[in-house]
Design a protein. Structure first.
Lengths: 177, 539
């Protein structure tokens, strides 16, 4: 395997803590917050993360394919989740300990429930507003009601973190390796 | 393959001797210690099967509000406040306001008010179901029960039920006073004056006089309202495109009445109430378990559990523990797991024809030291070993094995706080070394029998005794034997006569109580000698 060359492009307004494990070619957009102990591995291909995302502790984002893994804006990756989806839209929520395989493409406004495993055998695309929940990962479609309130809440969450995290955690500065 | 010890509860039967453990029916009389209770008045063990249960209170699992029993009947065992259950995923619904009007694309110009905007609706955070899908919205976020009351009262099922109550009420005899207590709606009507208590003849006469009941709706059309299995359901099945359109069983069985089969017709339910139960001894009706009145506290006012009275016995096979230790060490070194399993089964299991030592540890829960005596119950292997075939089958069912355990009484120290045991730390360090020395010693040279059978160690309030099981060559099945545990303890007499009686009667003031109970010790399955692989015993 070719040695992984680290190349981090982190926006100046993004908040990435010191204790984050980054590997490979990673781009992080403005306003994104990466909590300590998160892991972003661009092992085979690059990862591009949009703006306003919140990546919590023990979240693992891995790209094992050569193509670019694009993550959109305003997504929430909760604690312990493991994401390998090649493309993610915006305003999605990946709840605690959820697992998404590299065969799934996720659009926008989706919610993957806690401890759900999305690992279909062949390529699958989750359309907008899909909610995955329950131990057997049943799906249903959300009507989208309450999405403005949720978007507002997400923004407030990100703003609060932007204020509080630097007070208690060391931040990674610049494009260091 | 885990060896365990279960305790016998006689369950008010005449003989206290338990059935032999190789019989299938004996499994129901033996329980793990943590499920048993102890009645102090009767001095007997009680289990969940023989204890009498009564409800001590009702509460809503969501809002933890204790509901008085009168309201329980009135509200049909559901929470009367704003607790609703999502019909889709059975989680709790929360009341949320609607979104503010969307001015642009995500840019929020006006701040969202804290109260929120009407109309309010119920929303499930887990599966994102909301009640606007079934058309239930509210004008105010509080007092949802009242707002939904009208909807529920005029449902066809409730009206039908009310009509049934009205119909049956005049026919009931003077015993309707009891009924009035049970169903609140009936109390309004004055009971008919019947002459005396109706005898059998009168009752039949009453039946003939009973007017015919006319239901509100014709029964033929009833299938439009519920899953009656009528034509409506058949039509539904014909039109079905996706199986998720049909409500699953878990979604439907919480409803009081049968509802329609379609998922989209499922309405939010009020959360059913849970109950807190108190348990009584069946013989003397002494309360054994009484929970606290508050719904959120998990403690008990009265808690007479057997674990506080009976010594806890655990059994372990040291060669198994040693094997597991070796295996985990080996597994850490290598990556494949396939060859290890076979070894574990043959080396760690009980092989026919061999003799295995086992350790039993007894933990004393009382504040006084106890003297314990163990004895193995004689198992009557029936003398039906007559013909050849019948003989081998019987032999297969009752494995011949011999148990030897120490029969002399031994003491177990009383329970005390951890810091009161002085040489605790040294003991713990010594234990591993001692045990290792014993195990390795046993492998090197055959130790005299007294070392494996007998009291092995005493630390804190635990005593470990060793026993041996010798398996016959043709042994099959499980190694299970009943063991009688008798223990005596001194309970201090609280009478204030100690001041006057000085010398010899001081000891007489202390009572020595004896209690005996049966247990079954299960050491595991025997691996027969002929085959090294596991044979499925589905006899």
């Amino acid at each position: 395997m070719a040695p992984i060359r680290d190349k981090f492009t982190i926006h100046s307004k993004a908040i990435v803590c010191q204790d984050v494990e980054l590997k490979g070619d990673i781009t992080i957009g403005s306003g994104t917050i990466v909590h300590p102990k998160a892991t972003i591995f661009a092992v085979a291909g690059p990862i591009v993360i949009g703006s306003g995302c919140i990546i919590e502790e023990s979240a693992i984002i891995v790209n094992r394919r050569k193509e670019v893994m694009r993550i959109g804006d305003d997504n929430l990756f909760e604690i312990g989740c493991r994401i390998e989806a090649p493309s993610i839209g915006f305003f999605n929520t990946f709840s605690t300990r959820s697992r998404v395989h590299h065969t799934v493409r996720i659009s926008s406004f989706c919610v993957i429930g806690a401890n759900c495993v999305l690992a279909p055998a062949d390529d699958d695309t989750l359309s907008d507003y899909t909610v995955v929940y329950g131990p057997s990962a049943e799906r249903r479609t959300w009507t989208g009601k309450g999405k403005i309130q949720e978007a507002d809440l997400r923004r407030k969450h990100a703003e609060y973190l932007r204020e509080m995290l630097p007070k208690f955690n060391r931040l990674r500065r610049g494009d260091g390796t | 393959m885990v060896s365990n010890v279960l305790y016998h509860c006689p369950c008010l039967s005449a003989s206290s001797v338990p059935p032999p453990p190789h019989l299938e029916s004996s499994a129901y009389s033996f329980h793990p210690l943590h499920t048993l209770f102890f009645c102090e008045e009767c001095d007997a063990v009680r289990c969940n099967r023989c204890v009498s249960v009564e409800v001590s209170g009702y509460y809503c699992p969501n809002c933890l509000f204790e509901v008085p029993s009168a309201s329980v009947r009135a509200e049909k065992n559901r929470c009367a406040r704003n607790c609703f259950m999502c019909p889709n995923c059975r989680n709790t619904l929360s009341v949320v306001p609607s979104d503010p009007p969307d001015a642009g694309d995500g840019r929020l110009s006006a701040p969202i008010s804290t109260v929120g905007e009407p109309p309010f609706f119920l929303y499930c955070n887990h599966c994102r179901w909301d009640s606007s899908e079934v058309g239930i919205t509210f004008e105010k976020p509080t007092g949802l029960a009242a707002q939904l009351q009208k909807l529920e009262d005029y449902a066809p099922e409730s009206l039908e039920f009310d009509r049934l109550k009205e119909h049956f009420e005049p026919i009931l005899p003077a015993a309707s006073a009891a009924l009035a207590r049970d169903i609140p709606g009936v109390a309004k009507y004055t009971p008919h004056a019947r002459s005396g208590r109706p005898s059998g003849k009168d009752r039949s006469a009453n039946k003939d006089e009973m007017p015919e009941y006319k239901s509100r709706l014709d029964i033929n059309h009833a299938s439009t309202y519920g899953s009656g299995g009528g034509d409506v359901d058949v039509e539904l099945m014909r039109r079905l495109e996706d199986v998720s359109e049909i409500a699953s069983l878990e979604q439907r069985w919480n409803y009081s009445w049968s509802t329609s089969l379609e998922t989209r017709d499922l309405k939010p339910l009020r959360i059913p109430l849970h109950s807190k139960r108190s348990k009584r001894c069946p013989a003397c009706t002494h309360i054994l378990i009484k929970p606290e009145q508050k719904a959120q506290s998990v403690r008990y006012k009265i808690k007479l559990v057997a674990a506080n009275y009976l010594p806890a016995i655990t059994v372990a096979l040291p060669h198994q523990i040693e094997m597991l230790g070796h295996i985990s060490a080996e597994a850490a070194k290598r990556s494949t797991k396939a060859p290890v399993d076979d070894d574990k089964d043959t080396r760690g299991g009980l092989q026919a024809g061999k003799t295995y030592p086992f350790h039993m540890s007894l933990t004393n829960p009382l504040y006084d030291p106890i003297q314990v005596r163990l004895s193995v119950q004689r198992m009557h292997v029936a003398a039906a070993v007559s013909s050849g075939e019948g003989g081998t089958i019987d032999k297969a069912r009752r494995p011949p094995f011999a148990i030897s355990i120490p029969t002399t009484p031994f003491s177990v120290a009383p329970f005390a706080e951890a810091w009161e045991y002085e040489d605790d730390e040294e003991m713990f360090g010594l234990d591993d070394d001692e045990l290792e020395a014993r195990l390795s010693g046993r492998e090197k040279e055959p130790k005299p029998r007294s070392k494996t059978v007998g009291i092995l160690e005493k630390r804190a309030n635990v005593t470990v005794v060793g026993g041996e099981v010798a398996l016959g060559k043709e042994a099959r099945g499980e190694v299970k034997f009943n063991m009688l545990v008798a223990y005596t303890y001194r309970s201090d007499d609280p009478a204030p006569s100690e001041g006057h009686d000085i010398s010899p009667s001081k000891k007489a003031a202390l009572e020595t109580k004896t209690f005996a109970f049966y247990t079954v010790v299960d050491l595991g399955n025997i691996i027969p000698k002929e085959e090294a692989r596991i044979d499925p015993y589905d006899v």
